[in-house]
Design a protein around this ligand. Sequence first.
Ligand code: AMP
Length: 552
Amino acid sequence: MLDFARTGAAVGGTPATLEKTRLLAAYFRTLSDDDLRRAAVFMTGQAFGPSRRSTLGLGWASLSKAISEISGRDDDELQSIFRKHSDLGDWAGEALEGRTQNEDVSLEEVEKTLEEIRTARGAAKKAVPLEKLLRRLHAEGVRFFVKVISREMRIGLSVGLVEAAIAEAFGVPVTQVKRVHLITGDIAETAVRIKHGQVETSNVTLFRPVRFMLASPVETAKEAFQRMAAEKVWTEEKYDGVRCQLHHADGRVELFSRDLKETTGAFPELAEGAPRIGHAVLFDGEVLAHREGRVLRFFELQRRLGRKKVTDDLRSEVPVVLVIFDLLYLDGRSLLDEPLEERRRLLEGLGLEHPFLLARLEEATSPDDLDRIFADTRERGHEGLMAKDPKTPYTPGRRGLAWLKLKRPLATLDVVVTAVEWGHGKRKGVLSDYTFAVKDTASGRLVNVGKAYTGLTDAEIAEMTKRFLETTIEDRGWARVVRPEVVLEVAFDSIQHSGRHASGYALRFPRIVRIRDDKPAQEIDTLQRVTELYERYFGTRTQEKLTEVAET
Ligand code: AMP
Protein backbone atom coordinates (compact mmCIF):
# COMPACT_ATOMS: atom_id res chain seq x y z
CA MET A 1 0.00 0.00 0.00
CA LEU A 2 2.94 2.27 0.62
CA ASP A 3 4.16 2.07 -2.98
CA PHE A 4 0.61 2.55 -4.17
CA ALA A 5 0.17 5.60 -1.96
CA ARG A 6 3.54 7.08 -2.87
CA THR A 7 2.80 6.66 -6.56
CA GLY A 8 -0.60 8.23 -6.03
CA ALA A 9 0.97 11.15 -4.18
CA ALA A 10 3.60 11.65 -6.90
CA VAL A 11 0.90 11.53 -9.59
CA GLY A 12 -1.12 14.08 -7.63
CA GLY A 13 1.98 16.20 -7.19
CA THR A 14 2.57 16.88 -10.86
CA PRO A 15 0.19 18.68 -13.18
CA ALA A 16 1.90 17.25 -16.31
CA THR A 17 -0.12 14.40 -17.77
CA LEU A 18 2.89 12.78 -19.45
CA GLU A 19 4.67 12.69 -16.13
CA LYS A 20 1.60 11.25 -14.38
CA THR A 21 1.44 8.50 -17.02
CA ARG A 22 5.16 7.77 -16.71
CA LEU A 23 5.00 7.47 -12.92
CA LEU A 24 2.03 5.18 -13.03
CA ALA A 25 3.45 3.03 -15.84
CA ALA A 26 6.67 2.53 -13.88
CA TYR A 27 4.64 1.42 -10.88
CA PHE A 28 2.38 -0.92 -12.87
CA ARG A 29 5.45 -2.63 -14.35
CA THR A 30 6.62 -3.68 -10.88
CA LEU A 31 3.41 -5.51 -9.99
CA SER A 32 2.32 -9.15 -10.13
CA ASP A 33 -0.87 -9.89 -12.09
CA ASP A 34 -3.00 -9.88 -8.97
CA ASP A 35 -1.58 -6.64 -7.64
CA LEU A 36 -1.88 -5.09 -11.08
CA ARG A 37 -5.58 -5.88 -11.03
CA ARG A 38 -5.96 -4.34 -7.59
CA ALA A 39 -3.87 -1.26 -8.30
CA ALA A 40 -5.64 -0.55 -11.59
CA VAL A 41 -9.03 -0.64 -9.88
CA PHE A 42 -7.93 1.41 -6.85
CA MET A 43 -6.19 4.02 -9.02
CA THR A 44 -9.48 4.73 -10.77
CA GLY A 45 -10.96 5.51 -7.35
CA GLN A 46 -12.93 2.32 -6.92
CA ALA A 47 -12.89 -0.27 -4.19
CA PHE A 48 -14.01 -3.14 -6.42
CA GLY A 49 -14.00 -4.16 -10.04
CA PRO A 50 -17.27 -4.18 -11.99
CA SER A 51 -18.14 -7.83 -11.46
CA ARG A 52 -18.66 -7.39 -7.77
CA ARG A 53 -21.30 -5.32 -6.08
CA SER A 54 -19.34 -2.28 -5.18
CA THR A 55 -21.16 -0.70 -2.32
CA LEU A 56 -19.20 -0.83 0.89
CA GLY A 57 -22.21 0.45 2.75
CA LEU A 58 -19.91 2.57 4.84
CA GLY A 59 -21.23 5.97 5.79
CA TRP A 60 -19.47 9.18 6.59
CA ALA A 61 -20.46 8.74 10.23
CA SER A 62 -18.60 5.42 10.58
CA LEU A 63 -15.48 6.77 8.97
CA SER A 64 -15.54 9.91 11.02
CA LYS A 65 -16.01 7.93 14.22
CA ALA A 66 -13.06 5.67 13.38
CA ILE A 67 -10.81 8.63 12.62
CA SER A 68 -11.86 10.38 15.77
CA GLU A 69 -11.22 7.30 17.92
CA ILE A 70 -7.83 6.46 16.46
CA SER A 71 -6.59 10.04 16.38
CA GLY A 72 -7.95 11.06 19.76
CA ARG A 73 -8.73 14.47 18.26
CA ASP A 74 -11.93 16.30 19.15
CA ASP A 75 -14.63 17.39 16.69
CA ASP A 76 -13.42 20.97 16.38
CA GLU A 77 -9.93 19.87 15.53
CA LEU A 78 -11.18 17.36 13.00
CA GLN A 79 -13.50 19.89 11.42
CA SER A 80 -10.76 22.43 11.05
CA ILE A 81 -8.49 19.85 9.39
CA PHE A 82 -11.34 18.96 7.07
CA ARG A 83 -11.93 22.58 6.12
CA LYS A 84 -8.29 22.86 5.17
CA HIS A 85 -8.57 20.05 2.61
CA SER A 86 -12.24 19.52 1.74
CA ASP A 87 -11.12 16.02 0.82
CA LEU A 88 -11.84 12.96 2.94
CA GLY A 89 -8.56 11.21 2.13
CA ASP A 90 -6.35 14.21 2.78
CA TRP A 91 -8.29 14.92 5.95
CA ALA A 92 -7.96 11.37 7.28
CA GLY A 93 -4.25 11.28 6.37
CA GLU A 94 -3.48 14.45 8.28
CA ALA A 95 -5.72 13.55 11.21
CA LEU A 96 -3.91 10.24 11.72
CA GLU A 97 -0.37 11.45 10.98
CA GLY A 98 1.95 9.92 13.61
CA ARG A 99 -0.95 8.13 15.30
CA THR A 100 -0.82 4.80 13.47
CA GLN A 101 1.59 1.87 13.34
CA ASN A 102 3.15 2.77 9.96
CA GLU A 103 3.08 -0.74 8.57
CA ASP A 104 3.36 -1.44 4.87
CA VAL A 105 0.17 -3.41 4.33
CA SER A 106 -0.11 -5.40 1.08
CA LEU A 107 -2.71 -4.59 -1.56
CA GLU A 108 -4.05 -8.10 -1.00
CA GLU A 109 -4.75 -7.28 2.64
CA VAL A 110 -6.36 -4.00 1.64
CA GLU A 111 -8.60 -5.89 -0.76
CA LYS A 112 -9.44 -8.42 1.94
CA THR A 113 -10.40 -5.63 4.32
CA LEU A 114 -12.61 -4.00 1.72
CA GLU A 115 -14.36 -7.32 1.24
CA GLU A 116 -14.79 -7.70 5.01
CA ILE A 117 -16.30 -4.23 5.23
CA ARG A 118 -18.60 -4.94 2.30
CA THR A 119 -19.91 -8.19 3.72
CA ALA A 120 -20.20 -7.10 7.36
CA ARG A 121 -23.76 -6.28 8.35
CA GLY A 122 -24.42 -2.99 10.08
CA ALA A 123 -22.27 0.02 10.83
CA ALA A 124 -20.81 -1.40 14.06
CA LYS A 125 -19.59 -4.60 12.39
CA LYS A 126 -18.23 -2.71 9.38
CA ALA A 127 -16.27 -0.42 11.66
CA VAL A 128 -14.18 -3.30 13.04
CA PRO A 129 -12.15 -4.20 9.91
CA LEU A 130 -12.05 -0.51 8.93
CA GLU A 131 -10.48 0.57 12.20
CA LYS A 132 -8.13 -2.37 12.30
CA LEU A 133 -6.67 -1.50 8.93
CA LEU A 134 -6.52 2.25 9.54
CA ARG A 135 -4.54 1.66 12.73
CA ARG A 136 -1.95 -0.36 10.85
CA LEU A 137 -1.46 1.88 7.82
CA HIS A 138 1.11 4.58 7.26
CA ALA A 139 -0.47 8.09 7.15
CA GLU A 140 0.07 8.21 3.38
CA GLY A 141 -1.57 4.80 3.16
CA VAL A 142 -4.51 6.09 5.23
CA ARG A 143 -4.82 9.01 2.85
CA PHE A 144 -5.07 6.78 -0.18
CA PHE A 145 -7.13 4.06 1.43
CA VAL A 146 -9.74 6.65 2.39
CA LYS A 147 -9.61 8.10 -1.11
CA VAL A 148 -10.41 4.65 -2.47
CA ILE A 149 -13.28 4.02 -0.06
CA SER A 150 -14.73 7.46 -0.69
CA ARG A 151 -14.31 6.75 -4.41
CA GLU A 152 -12.58 10.04 -5.08
CA MET A 153 -8.86 10.05 -5.77
CA ARG A 154 -8.60 13.74 -6.68
CA ILE A 155 -5.06 13.39 -8.00
CA GLY A 156 -5.87 14.49 -11.53
CA LEU A 157 -5.99 10.94 -12.80
CA SER A 158 -8.67 10.20 -15.36
CA VAL A 159 -9.52 6.73 -16.59
CA GLY A 160 -7.90 7.81 -19.88
CA LEU A 161 -4.61 8.39 -18.07
CA VAL A 162 -4.77 4.99 -16.37
CA GLU A 163 -5.30 3.47 -19.83
CA ALA A 164 -2.34 5.44 -21.15
CA ALA A 165 -0.20 4.21 -18.27
CA ILE A 166 -1.14 0.58 -18.96
CA ALA A 167 -0.21 1.16 -22.63
CA GLU A 168 3.12 2.69 -21.68
CA ALA A 169 3.90 0.05 -19.07
CA PHE A 170 3.53 -2.82 -21.50
CA GLY A 171 4.50 -1.17 -24.79
CA VAL A 172 1.09 -1.38 -26.47
CA PRO A 173 -0.65 1.44 -28.41
CA VAL A 174 -3.20 3.19 -26.22
CA THR A 175 -5.92 2.63 -28.85
CA GLN A 176 -5.63 -1.11 -28.22
CA VAL A 177 -5.89 -0.63 -24.47
CA LYS A 178 -8.99 1.49 -24.98
CA ARG A 179 -10.59 -1.12 -27.21
CA VAL A 180 -10.02 -3.91 -24.72
CA HIS A 181 -11.33 -1.65 -21.96
CA LEU A 182 -14.40 -0.65 -23.95
CA ILE A 183 -15.36 -4.23 -24.48
CA THR A 184 -14.48 -5.68 -21.10
CA GLY A 185 -15.52 -2.59 -19.16
CA ASP A 186 -13.05 -3.73 -16.54
CA ILE A 187 -9.79 -1.88 -16.01
CA ALA A 188 -8.28 -4.77 -14.00
CA GLU A 189 -9.04 -7.32 -16.71
CA THR A 190 -7.78 -4.85 -19.32
CA ALA A 191 -4.47 -4.30 -17.55
CA VAL A 192 -3.78 -8.01 -17.22
CA ARG A 193 -4.85 -8.83 -20.78
CA ILE A 194 -2.59 -6.08 -22.13
CA LYS A 195 0.28 -7.22 -19.93
CA HIS A 196 0.02 -10.65 -21.54
CA GLY A 197 -0.44 -9.30 -25.07
CA GLN A 198 -4.04 -10.56 -25.35
CA VAL A 199 -5.40 -7.79 -27.51
CA GLU A 200 -7.20 -9.75 -30.19
CA THR A 201 -9.26 -11.95 -27.92
CA SER A 202 -11.60 -9.11 -27.19
CA ASN A 203 -14.97 -9.64 -28.77
CA VAL A 204 -18.33 -10.30 -27.22
CA THR A 205 -18.26 -13.35 -24.99
CA LEU A 206 -21.50 -14.32 -23.32
CA PHE A 207 -21.51 -13.88 -19.54
CA ARG A 208 -18.74 -11.29 -19.72
CA PRO A 209 -20.48 -7.92 -19.56
CA VAL A 210 -19.95 -5.52 -22.45
CA ARG A 211 -19.80 -1.80 -21.82
CA PHE A 212 -23.00 -0.05 -22.74
CA MET A 213 -23.24 2.25 -25.72
CA LEU A 214 -24.12 5.76 -24.61
CA ALA A 215 -25.89 8.71 -26.17
CA SER A 216 -24.81 12.33 -26.56
CA PRO A 217 -27.23 15.06 -25.55
CA VAL A 218 -28.78 17.44 -28.08
CA GLU A 219 -31.12 20.33 -27.44
CA THR A 220 -33.15 20.54 -30.65
CA ALA A 221 -34.47 18.31 -33.41
CA LYS A 222 -32.53 20.33 -35.96
CA GLU A 223 -29.31 19.77 -34.07
CA ALA A 224 -30.06 16.04 -33.96
CA PHE A 225 -30.29 15.88 -37.74
CA GLN A 226 -27.23 18.03 -38.24
CA ARG A 227 -25.06 16.09 -35.86
CA MET A 228 -26.14 12.74 -37.14
CA ALA A 229 -25.80 13.73 -40.79
CA ALA A 230 -28.40 11.11 -41.65
CA GLU A 231 -31.44 11.32 -43.92
CA LYS A 232 -33.62 9.44 -41.57
CA VAL A 233 -33.27 8.77 -37.89
CA TRP A 234 -34.91 6.17 -35.74
CA THR A 235 -36.52 7.23 -32.54
CA GLU A 236 -37.22 5.32 -29.38
CA GLU A 237 -38.72 6.51 -26.15
CA LYS A 238 -36.19 7.43 -23.51
CA TYR A 239 -37.47 5.03 -20.87
CA ASP A 240 -36.97 6.02 -17.29
CA GLY A 241 -35.90 2.77 -15.72
CA VAL A 242 -32.51 1.16 -15.23
CA ARG A 243 -30.22 -0.01 -17.98
CA CYS A 244 -29.77 -3.74 -18.15
CA GLN A 245 -27.82 -6.23 -20.19
CA LEU A 246 -29.19 -9.75 -20.35
CA HIS A 247 -27.01 -12.72 -21.32
CA HIS A 248 -28.69 -16.04 -22.00
CA ALA A 249 -27.54 -19.40 -23.36
CA ASP A 250 -28.90 -22.90 -22.68
CA GLY A 251 -30.92 -21.86 -19.66
CA ARG A 252 -28.09 -19.93 -18.00
CA VAL A 253 -28.96 -16.27 -17.46
CA GLU A 254 -27.00 -13.32 -16.14
CA LEU A 255 -27.99 -9.68 -15.92
CA PHE A 256 -25.69 -6.69 -15.60
CA SER A 257 -26.34 -3.09 -14.64
CA ARG A 258 -25.09 0.08 -16.28
CA ASP A 259 -21.88 -0.09 -14.23
CA LEU A 260 -21.49 -3.77 -15.18
CA LYS A 261 -22.40 -5.22 -11.81
CA GLU A 262 -24.21 -8.50 -11.82
CA THR A 263 -27.87 -7.95 -10.92
CA THR A 264 -29.43 -11.30 -11.80
CA GLY A 265 -30.84 -11.82 -8.32
CA ALA A 266 -32.66 -8.51 -8.38
CA PHE A 267 -34.91 -9.38 -11.32
CA PRO A 268 -36.01 -13.02 -11.04
CA GLU A 269 -38.87 -12.57 -13.53
CA LEU A 270 -36.30 -11.82 -16.23
CA ALA A 271 -33.99 -14.63 -15.19
CA GLU A 272 -36.92 -17.07 -15.18
CA GLY A 273 -38.34 -15.84 -18.49
CA ALA A 274 -35.08 -15.83 -20.46
CA PRO A 275 -34.76 -19.59 -21.09
CA ARG A 276 -38.06 -19.42 -23.02
CA ILE A 277 -36.40 -17.16 -25.61
CA GLY A 278 -34.91 -20.33 -27.06
CA HIS A 279 -31.76 -18.65 -28.38
CA ALA A 280 -28.37 -17.64 -27.06
CA VAL A 281 -28.67 -13.86 -26.86
CA LEU A 282 -27.21 -10.72 -25.40
CA PHE A 283 -29.82 -7.97 -25.04
CA ASP A 284 -29.39 -4.31 -24.19
CA GLY A 285 -32.45 -2.68 -22.70
CA GLU A 286 -34.10 -0.90 -19.82
CA VAL A 287 -35.80 -2.54 -16.84
CA LEU A 288 -39.15 -0.95 -16.01
CA ALA A 289 -41.63 -1.66 -13.27
CA HIS A 290 -44.79 -2.85 -14.98
CA ARG A 291 -48.04 -4.06 -13.47
CA GLU A 292 -51.34 -5.02 -15.10
CA GLY A 293 -50.27 -3.62 -18.43
CA ARG A 294 -49.06 -0.33 -17.02
CA VAL A 295 -45.59 1.02 -16.60
CA LEU A 296 -45.05 2.17 -13.03
CA ARG A 297 -43.08 5.22 -12.12
CA PHE A 298 -39.35 5.13 -11.41
CA PHE A 299 -40.17 5.79 -7.79
CA GLU A 300 -41.76 2.33 -7.56
CA LEU A 301 -38.95 0.65 -9.48
CA GLN A 302 -36.55 2.05 -6.92
CA ARG A 303 -37.99 -0.36 -4.38
CA ARG A 304 -36.62 -3.20 -6.49
CA LEU A 305 -33.12 -1.79 -6.91
CA GLY A 306 -29.96 -2.76 -5.05
CA ARG A 307 -31.36 -6.06 -3.83
CA LYS A 308 -29.73 -9.43 -4.07
CA LYS A 309 -32.97 -11.25 -3.45
CA VAL A 310 -36.57 -10.18 -3.88
CA THR A 311 -39.43 -11.34 -1.70
CA ASP A 312 -42.57 -12.76 -3.35
CA ASP A 313 -44.58 -9.86 -1.95
CA LEU A 314 -42.36 -7.24 -3.50
CA ARG A 315 -42.28 -9.18 -6.72
CA SER A 316 -46.04 -9.12 -7.00
CA GLU A 317 -46.32 -5.50 -5.88
CA VAL A 318 -43.67 -4.20 -8.29
CA PRO A 319 -43.15 -6.67 -11.13
CA VAL A 320 -40.61 -5.77 -13.80
CA VAL A 321 -40.22 -6.13 -17.55
CA LEU A 322 -37.26 -5.58 -19.86
CA VAL A 323 -37.83 -3.21 -22.75
CA ILE A 324 -35.21 -4.28 -25.26
CA PHE A 325 -33.65 -1.94 -27.78
CA ASP A 326 -30.60 -3.83 -28.95
CA LEU A 327 -29.23 -7.27 -29.70
CA LEU A 328 -25.45 -7.72 -29.48
CA TYR A 329 -25.12 -11.46 -29.84
CA LEU A 330 -27.25 -14.19 -31.34
CA ASP A 331 -26.54 -17.91 -31.40
CA GLY A 332 -22.76 -17.78 -31.58
CA ARG A 333 -22.53 -14.58 -33.60
CA SER A 334 -21.28 -11.26 -32.26
CA LEU A 335 -23.38 -8.46 -33.76
CA LEU A 336 -21.43 -5.39 -32.58
CA ASP A 337 -20.32 -4.51 -36.09
CA GLU A 338 -23.73 -5.03 -37.73
CA PRO A 339 -25.78 -1.89 -38.40
CA LEU A 340 -28.62 -1.14 -36.00
CA GLU A 341 -31.21 -1.97 -38.71
CA GLU A 342 -29.87 -5.49 -38.95
CA ARG A 343 -29.65 -5.92 -35.20
CA ARG A 344 -33.23 -4.73 -34.85
CA ARG A 345 -34.42 -7.03 -37.67
CA LEU A 346 -32.90 -10.02 -35.90
CA LEU A 347 -34.37 -8.83 -32.59
CA GLU A 348 -37.87 -8.59 -34.05
CA GLY A 349 -37.46 -12.07 -35.52
CA LEU A 350 -37.14 -13.59 -32.05
CA GLY A 351 -40.88 -13.30 -31.33
CA LEU A 352 -40.34 -12.13 -27.77
CA GLU A 353 -43.01 -12.45 -25.12
CA HIS A 354 -43.69 -10.93 -21.72
CA PRO A 355 -41.61 -9.98 -19.66
CA PHE A 356 -39.60 -9.02 -22.74
CA LEU A 357 -40.92 -6.10 -24.77
CA LEU A 358 -39.50 -4.24 -27.71
CA ALA A 359 -38.74 -0.52 -27.56
CA ARG A 360 -41.25 1.50 -29.52
CA LEU A 361 -39.64 2.51 -32.78
CA GLU A 362 -40.57 5.36 -35.11
CA GLU A 363 -38.81 6.93 -38.03
CA ALA A 364 -38.27 10.65 -38.57
CA THR A 365 -37.19 12.12 -41.87
CA SER A 366 -37.14 15.79 -40.87
CA PRO A 367 -36.65 17.94 -37.77
CA ASP A 368 -40.40 18.68 -37.80
CA ASP A 369 -41.12 15.00 -37.70
CA LEU A 370 -38.80 14.61 -34.78
CA ASP A 371 -40.41 17.52 -32.94
CA ARG A 372 -43.82 15.95 -33.38
CA ILE A 373 -42.62 12.60 -32.06
CA PHE A 374 -40.93 14.37 -29.16
CA ALA A 375 -44.15 16.15 -28.21
CA ASP A 376 -46.07 12.86 -28.35
CA THR A 377 -43.52 11.07 -26.23
CA ARG A 378 -43.66 13.83 -23.63
CA GLU A 379 -47.41 13.47 -23.39
CA ARG A 380 -46.90 9.75 -22.87
CA GLY A 381 -44.86 10.66 -19.81
CA HIS A 382 -41.28 10.18 -20.99
CA GLU A 383 -38.58 12.68 -20.19
CA GLY A 384 -37.14 12.52 -23.68
CA LEU A 385 -36.49 10.75 -26.90
CA MET A 386 -33.56 8.75 -28.20
CA ALA A 387 -32.56 9.30 -31.82
CA LYS A 388 -30.44 6.58 -33.39
CA ASP A 389 -28.78 6.27 -36.75
CA PRO A 390 -29.98 2.92 -38.17
CA LYS A 391 -26.81 2.48 -40.23
CA THR A 392 -24.36 2.41 -37.35
CA PRO A 393 -22.63 -0.38 -35.39
CA TYR A 394 -22.83 -0.81 -31.62
CA THR A 395 -19.86 0.92 -30.06
CA PRO A 396 -19.44 -0.22 -26.44
CA GLY A 397 -18.70 2.46 -23.91
CA ARG A 398 -18.75 5.20 -26.47
CA ARG A 399 -20.74 8.41 -26.21
CA GLY A 400 -20.73 9.17 -29.91
CA LEU A 401 -23.12 10.74 -32.38
CA ALA A 402 -24.79 7.51 -33.50
CA TRP A 403 -27.14 7.73 -30.53
CA LEU A 404 -28.46 11.07 -29.41
CA LYS A 405 -30.75 11.91 -26.53
CA LEU A 406 -33.14 14.74 -26.98
CA LYS A 407 -34.20 16.20 -23.69
CA ARG A 408 -35.69 19.53 -22.91
CA PRO A 409 -36.51 20.97 -19.56
CA LEU A 410 -39.99 19.99 -18.59
CA ALA A 411 -40.55 23.37 -17.00
CA THR A 412 -38.85 25.91 -14.80
CA LEU A 413 -39.80 26.87 -11.26
CA ASP A 414 -38.88 29.77 -9.03
CA VAL A 415 -37.65 28.37 -5.76
CA VAL A 416 -35.91 29.64 -2.64
CA VAL A 417 -32.61 28.36 -1.23
CA THR A 418 -32.96 26.91 2.27
CA ALA A 419 -29.60 25.21 2.82
CA VAL A 420 -26.18 25.25 1.19
CA GLU A 421 -23.11 23.03 1.19
CA TRP A 422 -19.40 23.49 0.65
CA GLY A 423 -18.24 22.30 -2.76
CA HIS A 424 -15.48 19.86 -3.64
CA GLY A 425 -12.53 19.88 -6.01
CA LYS A 426 -12.54 23.02 -8.11
CA ARG A 427 -15.30 24.33 -5.89
CA LYS A 428 -13.45 23.82 -2.67
CA GLY A 429 -13.95 26.74 -0.30
CA VAL A 430 -17.16 28.02 -1.87
CA LEU A 431 -20.79 27.30 -1.08
CA SER A 432 -21.90 25.75 -4.34
CA ASP A 433 -24.60 23.15 -3.63
CA TYR A 434 -28.03 24.57 -2.97
CA THR A 435 -31.05 22.83 -1.48
CA PHE A 436 -34.19 24.66 -2.50
CA ALA A 437 -37.86 24.77 -1.59
CA VAL A 438 -41.28 25.75 -2.89
CA LYS A 439 -44.15 27.08 -0.80
CA ASP A 440 -46.88 24.80 0.50
CA THR A 441 -49.85 27.18 0.43
CA ALA A 442 -51.93 24.82 2.57
CA SER A 443 -49.59 25.05 5.56
CA GLY A 444 -47.71 28.21 4.63
CA ARG A 445 -44.41 26.31 5.09
CA LEU A 446 -41.46 26.01 2.75
CA VAL A 447 -40.87 22.44 1.61
CA ASN A 448 -37.69 21.28 -0.08
CA VAL A 449 -37.97 19.81 -3.58
CA GLY A 450 -34.40 19.39 -4.75
CA LYS A 451 -30.77 20.30 -4.78
CA ALA A 452 -28.92 22.08 -7.59
CA TYR A 453 -25.19 22.18 -8.28
CA THR A 454 -24.94 23.56 -11.78
CA GLY A 455 -25.74 26.62 -13.80
CA LEU A 456 -23.96 29.46 -12.00
CA THR A 457 -20.67 31.05 -13.04
CA ASP A 458 -17.68 31.06 -10.67
CA ALA A 459 -18.23 34.76 -10.05
CA GLU A 460 -21.87 34.20 -9.16
CA ILE A 461 -20.93 31.36 -6.80
CA ALA A 462 -18.37 33.60 -5.08
CA GLU A 463 -21.02 36.27 -4.64
CA MET A 464 -23.54 33.71 -3.37
CA THR A 465 -20.97 32.35 -0.90
CA LYS A 466 -20.65 35.79 0.68
CA ARG A 467 -24.39 36.16 0.87
CA PHE A 468 -24.96 32.74 2.38
CA LEU A 469 -22.25 33.24 4.98
CA GLU A 470 -24.14 36.33 6.10
CA THR A 471 -27.53 34.68 6.11
CA THR A 472 -26.57 31.45 7.87
CA ILE A 473 -29.00 30.43 10.59
CA GLU A 474 -27.22 27.22 11.55
CA ASP A 475 -23.69 26.04 10.77
CA ARG A 476 -23.45 22.25 10.49
CA GLY A 477 -19.85 22.16 9.32
CA TRP A 478 -20.15 20.88 5.80
CA ALA A 479 -23.61 22.42 5.40
CA ARG A 480 -25.39 25.59 6.45
CA VAL A 481 -29.05 26.30 6.92
CA VAL A 482 -29.70 29.77 5.53
CA ARG A 483 -32.46 32.37 5.73
CA PRO A 484 -34.80 31.65 2.82
CA GLU A 485 -34.14 34.78 0.79
CA VAL A 486 -32.30 33.87 -2.39
CA VAL A 487 -34.71 33.05 -5.20
CA LEU A 488 -33.50 30.91 -8.10
CA GLU A 489 -35.13 29.89 -11.32
CA VAL A 490 -34.39 26.20 -11.85
CA ALA A 491 -35.01 24.06 -14.92
CA PHE A 492 -35.52 20.31 -14.58
CA ASP A 493 -36.40 17.30 -16.70
CA SER A 494 -38.70 15.29 -14.57
CA ILE A 495 -40.36 15.00 -11.16
CA GLN A 496 -40.46 11.96 -8.97
CA HIS A 497 -41.93 11.06 -5.64
CA SER A 498 -39.34 11.20 -2.92
CA GLY A 499 -39.20 10.41 0.74
CA ARG A 500 -36.09 12.55 1.09
CA HIS A 501 -37.83 15.91 0.88
CA ALA A 502 -40.69 17.24 2.97
CA SER A 503 -42.59 18.11 -0.22
CA GLY A 504 -42.82 14.42 -1.12
CA TYR A 505 -41.32 15.23 -4.52
CA ALA A 506 -37.85 15.61 -6.00
CA LEU A 507 -37.08 17.51 -9.20
CA ARG A 508 -34.73 15.43 -11.32
CA PHE A 509 -31.63 16.96 -12.89
CA PRO A 510 -32.31 20.50 -11.69
CA ARG A 511 -29.98 23.25 -12.89
CA ILE A 512 -30.00 26.93 -12.09
CA VAL A 513 -31.14 29.13 -14.95
CA ARG A 514 -30.65 32.42 -13.12
CA ILE A 515 -30.69 34.17 -9.79
CA ARG A 516 -33.94 36.05 -9.41
CA ASP A 517 -33.06 39.04 -7.31
CA ASP A 518 -36.10 40.72 -8.82
CA LYS A 519 -38.41 38.31 -7.07
CA PRO A 520 -39.23 38.22 -3.35
CA ALA A 521 -39.31 34.83 -1.64
CA GLN A 522 -43.04 35.26 -0.93
CA GLU A 523 -43.74 34.94 -4.65
CA ILE A 524 -41.99 31.68 -5.39
CA ASP A 525 -43.75 28.71 -6.97
CA THR A 526 -45.91 26.44 -4.90
CA LEU A 527 -46.13 22.80 -4.00
CA GLN A 528 -49.51 22.82 -5.70
CA ARG A 529 -47.81 23.73 -9.00
CA VAL A 530 -45.31 20.89 -8.56
CA THR A 531 -48.20 18.50 -7.94
CA GLU A 532 -50.00 19.77 -11.04
CA LEU A 533 -46.92 19.22 -13.20
CA TYR A 534 -46.43 15.80 -11.72
CA GLU A 535 -50.03 14.81 -12.40
CA ARG A 536 -49.96 16.15 -15.93
CA TYR A 537 -46.81 14.35 -17.03
CA PHE A 538 -46.40 11.48 -14.67
CA GLY A 539 -49.78 10.86 -13.05
CA THR A 540 -52.15 7.92 -13.53
CA ARG A 541 -53.64 9.24 -16.74
CA THR A 542 -50.20 9.28 -18.34
CA GLN A 543 -49.39 5.86 -17.00
CA GLU A 544 -52.30 4.35 -18.89
CA LYS A 545 -51.00 5.73 -22.14
CA LEU A 546 -47.67 4.10 -21.50
CA THR A 547 -49.27 0.69 -21.78
CA GLU A 548 -49.65 0.93 -25.54
CA VAL A 549 -46.05 1.93 -25.82
CA ALA A 550 -44.53 -0.82 -23.82
CA GLU A 551 -46.66 -3.50 -25.41
CA THR A 552 -45.72 -2.45 -28.96
P1 AMP B 1 -28.63 9.53 -19.62
O1 AMP B 1 -28.76 8.67 -18.39
O2 AMP B 1 -29.40 10.80 -19.58
O3 AMP B 1 -27.19 9.65 -20.10
O4 AMP B 1 -29.35 8.72 -20.80
C1 AMP B 1 -28.89 7.51 -21.24
C2 AMP B 1 -29.70 6.41 -20.63
O5 AMP B 1 -31.00 6.39 -21.13
C3 AMP B 1 -29.19 5.04 -20.99
O6 AMP B 1 -28.11 4.63 -20.21
C4 AMP B 1 -30.40 4.16 -20.78
O7 AMP B 1 -30.42 3.67 -19.45
C5 AMP B 1 -31.55 5.10 -20.95
N1 AMP B 1 -32.42 4.77 -22.08
C6 AMP B 1 -33.76 4.84 -21.99
N2 AMP B 1 -34.32 4.50 -23.14
C7 AMP B 1 -33.33 4.18 -24.00
C8 AMP B 1 -33.31 3.77 -25.36
N3 AMP B 1 -34.41 3.62 -26.05
N4 AMP B 1 -32.08 3.56 -25.92
C9 AMP B 1 -30.94 3.73 -25.22
N5 AMP B 1 -30.91 4.12 -23.93
C10 AMP B 1 -32.09 4.36 -23.32
